[in-house]
Design a protein around this ligand. Sequence first.
Ligand code: ADP
Length: 541
Amino acid sequence: MGQMMSQPLLVSSIIRHADRYFGGNEIVSRRAEGDIHRYTYRDCHERARQMANAIEALGVKIGDRVATLAWNGYRHLELYYAISGSGAVMHTINPRLHPEQIVYIANHAEDQLLFFDLTFLPLVEAVASQCKTVKGFVMMCDREHMPQASMVTNLLCYEELIAAASDRYEWPLFDENSASSLCYTSGTTGNPKGALYSHRSTVLHSYASAMRDGLDVSARDVVMPVVPMFHVNAWGLPYSAPMTGAKLVLPGAALDGKSLYELFEQEGVTFAAGVPIIWLGLLTHLGQNNLQFSTFKRTVIGGAACPPAMMKTFRHQYGVDVVHGWGMTEMSPLGTTATLQNHHLSLPDAEQEAILEKQGNVIFGVDMKIVGNDGKELPWDGRTFGDLLVKGPWIVSGYFKDEGGDVLEDGWFPTGDVATISPDGYMRITDRSKDVIKSGGEWIGTIELENIAMAHPAVAQAVCIGVAHPKWDERPLLVVVPKPGADVSKEELIRFYNGKIAKWWTPDDVAFVESLPIGATGKVLKNRVREQFRSFNLPAA
Ligand code: ADP
């Protein structure tokens, strides 16, 4: 046996480390109260210890789930450490879900306490009486901002809990495989299912995701997770930023282009992460006001395919490098990132860009393969596509309370995505298997069709869906949100595909809409679009 110290990998060690070695580094938050709050990792650690005492005094025990309905902010960060660090399970609930789903999730998780930002008081008032296991609802503000009267019984004030609690608290040591946090998948079909992360998986994911070819987070960075802390733990940034000593900027509820840009500039943000739709708003704001970034250098975009046109705009107009990332709630979430290797650096720009547009290479810890219908592994030739399976120490082995039964296939987790892998290991998602268009017995991947449409200057957003066809089963219909004031015809958009794609992949028709339905994690709800156009009549071929 080796003779190294045996020390469990625990979430509490991250905030302790940030306090001890980066104690003076800042955490800046835009608060629901409307102002900007700033303090340091040392302050955060102190208040997390106070909150750990407070929740224990409220009866929370090791393994109990404690829920939050909150934006990205310092109090939410304190809870990340107070709850997981004390051995309870941090359960982040997505407040954008339908109230019925929130009730389902809180009851399924058997949450003991529910912390919420003051903007969510009406939501909590609507659901509180149905959350059967919750013993206390804690509003994340001071006494001044508490309502005079409320229908919520057991309504508590966050700052009063902190003020009454001692900061003398020793983070307990326990098995690193204990549960640390819980995040439910968005449940576009069926009930949401819980991914239950462990301390070990969280710490390992933080190390791996901070690496240069991962999110590349360091003490020289000013990091803004625009991706919410209720969306797979903001892709691990609330852990990897304190682990590396990066300054953290937490944008709260103000995710519009103008508010984000102001915060980027005021705080000198160098790195940010988010889903494509958020950046659409930011880029529109920049374009309309003729603005440039002064410090922003790099962004990770994922959660949905990042249109190559968006990457080009960031890179060429604003000098911001885009790292395309892929992952899922069940993967903590990071699986792959698209970055270049030394031997790519001499390639012409267009070839480098083609590599960067893929979903990328795995970060160490994750293994992937593609398989056909018979479950046999398919070749890595960059052309053959199949179901994508993954394994690794931060990937679920099953869902909370065994919902959905055995999910693994021979030790691998089926992602539900369809992908190709190139000979040098770069993965490209062609589609989610449920979104693939099946035309004349062949598959058409919708992501590529959407990416092409979004490169047209008149197109703000585009999705491609399969519509029933008497001869071919399904044919592609392109649904487009035009840019404000843009004038473009169906014929022109269809012509735009010429030479870019196999002819039989070209959409049969185009429908224009004012907006697309967006789900709780900022992705287009394709099943809604399919429903909307279910009886759409495609032109006769
Ligand atoms: P998250 O929203 O955090 O990514 P979800 O579990 O809600 O987690 O969704 C995961 C799914 O999102 C993936 O299985 C994949 O279909 C899609 N996805 C995530 N990142 C990308 C990406 N870069 N390109 C294409 N699809 C992506």
